[in-house]
Design a protein around this ligand. Structure first.
Ligand code: SAM
Length: 495
């Protein structure tokens, strides 16, 4: 219980803070803490003042401390009304602390505090939305979805919640549920133009054009077919993640699979896959599940864990379609221990090159005597996808193994390696060309490569420019670079 004198002192410190007198407020709050150490109001004020006075890390830590102390005090409070008030205060203090950590770019701590705030009292809708926003900020969409689904139980028809659900479902690639959520907004508020146009955009989105060259990609199709046939037995039950047209499921069924479960996250693609499968009279063996694999459940979508995973969810950089997370999730929840995975591994290769032509794809100096270089600030930082056979380039090093993945064994979703290699030919290091091998069976008899030196596939190759500045390299010198991957991002950096 605070004495009247301390209450007056806290009020006076608050008034000073509100007037912008941070030093005065800080001195008063510190004086309170001398008399009553850890007093939450004073701790919070010290935190707020430190934030304003250029000590944001200490400020954020003190805000979190104030919340923790207040929670401890609430746990021993006997008066229910005072306890309720105290819990609300602690929750808002947790949010304040989380915002301070967000401003410091420490999203891990910020999200810990936000999630903790949901365990305090009966959270209002705004708190659930705040927590979900914090998680989305760092692409923790699955957790954000869980938070919103919990909020749905208490606030089933809240417009803001439905909008947030639509956005998270869309981010997770679950177009059907995103459409349902935004349609619910439209039903509750027919004048909501934003929700209407989102439904419209989601409904009219066409399938990406790469589907067609991919389905017509002979080296790819033959390599997958040969591996599926080699690894199939009459009792194999198969999961095809990202079935697209259903091609790999059809191959698996024809190769003798006992059953094939084909999941596809894009609703219009899964509808067409069902048509393709019945057109080819294999609907008795193949069942299409119109869902993202990460949302499938044993006992609901699959009767049991399965023996084989077939998945072709790879882009030019191997990882861009979230293959690492998808395979890891399927192994943990949907497949038998030791299940066969096609592909069972992958290797990424890279090579430093000099090339005026490739450089001209992402860089401009001058044209017609005018300096256009400011335009470089607008370039897209992602890697380029191109057919290297159509470009002139000079390799400066031998190909280097940048990363390798053992899908049937252990692999991580994060990795980085510093590679050192001898420069074989002098030149300007403009960037890295890269490609990968998909290892379709453990014996290495079935390997498909996107290398520029073999039959072209629809993936072609990747080019990661040295955006930080090109360097002149001499033959014989040792050069170093880093290859890193973080879930779906692959990056190269010349050191
Ligand atoms: C590269 S295509 C491959 C299609 C088909 N398997 C083939 O080989 O012709 C990948 C497809 O997987 C879907 N997809 C990607 N990740 C998925 C996931 N985790 N669950 C379900 N579908 C997914 C995409 O919508 C896309 O249609």
């Amino acid at each position: 219980m605070l004495s009247d004198a301390i209450k007056d002192q806290i009020k006076s410190a608050h008034d000073a803070f509100a007037r912008g007198g941070y030093e005065v407020a800080l001195a008063e709050a510190l004086a309170i803490l001398e008399r009553q150490p850890k007093e939450p109001n004073a701790t919070r004020l010290v935190g707020l003042c430190m934030g304003e006075l250029g000590e944001p890390t200490q400020g954020a830590t003190l805000l979190a401390q104030a919340a923790a102390t207040s929670l401890a005090v609430c746990a021993t409070e006997l008066d229910p009304e005072r306890q309720r008030f105290g819990l609300e205060w602690a929750a808002s203090c947790l949010i304040e602390a989380a915002e301070a950590f967000q401003a410091l770019n420490d999203h891990v701590t910020a999200n810990e505090l936000l999630l903790k705030s949901l365990k305090v009292g009966r959270p209002p809708l705004t708190r659930y939305l705040k927590v979900s926003e914090g998680l989305c900020e760092v692409e923790r969409y699955h957790e954000a979805l869980e938070v919103l689904q919990r909020a749905e139980r208490s606030f089933p028809r809240a417009l803001e919640l439905l909008r947030a659900l639509g956005a998270v479902h869309a981010a997770l690639g679950d177009k059907m549920r995103a459409i349902q959520a935004y349609s619910a907004v439209c039903a509750l508020k027919p004048s909501d133009q934003d929700a209407l146009s989102r439904v419209d955009r989601l409904l009219s989105a066409k399938v990406p054009t790469w589907h067609f060259p991919m389905m017509n990609d002979l080296p790819r199709n033959e390599a997958f077919r040969a591996a599926i046939e080699a690894r199939m037995s009459a009792t194999t039950k198969v999961l095809d993640i990202g079935c697209g047209s259903g091609l790999l499921s059809l191959i698996a069924a024809r190769a003798g699979a006992e059953a094939v479960y084909a999941c596809e996250s894009e609703p219009q693609v899964s509808r067409v896959a069902t048509q393709v499968i019945s057109l080819n009279e294999l609907e008795d063996v193949i069942r299409v599940i119109p869902k993202r694999s990460t949302q499938m459940q044993l006992g609901v979508d699959l009767p049991e864990r399965l023996d084989m995973l077939v998945c072709e969810i790879f882009d030019v950089s191997l990882l861009g379609e979230d293959a690492l997370n998808t395979i890891e999730d399927a192994k943990r929840r949907l497949l038998k221990e030791g299940a066969k995975i096609i592909p069972c591994g992958a290797r990424v290769w890279c090579q430093l090159v000099e090339s005026d032509e490739l450089r001209a794809r992402y860089h401009v100096d001058s044209a017609e005597g005018f300096d256009l270089s400011p335009f470089n600030q607008l370039r897209d930082p992602r890697v380029l996808q191109l057919d290297l056979r159509r470009f002139d380039y000079t390799p400066l090093t031998a190909p280097c193994l940048a990363a390798s993945f053992d899908f049937e064994g252990e692999f991580s979703q994060l990795g980085e390696a510093v590679l050192s290699t001898t420069v074989e030919r002098a030149g300007r290091a403009d960037g890295f060309i890269f490609w990968y091998d998909l290892i379709l069976a453990p014996d290495e008899e079935h390997v498909m490569s996107t290398s520029p030196h073999v039959d072209g596939t629809h993936w072609m190759q990747g080019f990661a420019p040295c955006y930080d500045g090109q360097r002149q390299l001499e033959a014989g010198e040792l050069t170093h670079f880093m290859c890193a991957y973080r879930r779906f991002l692959l990056s190269f950096k010349h050191l």
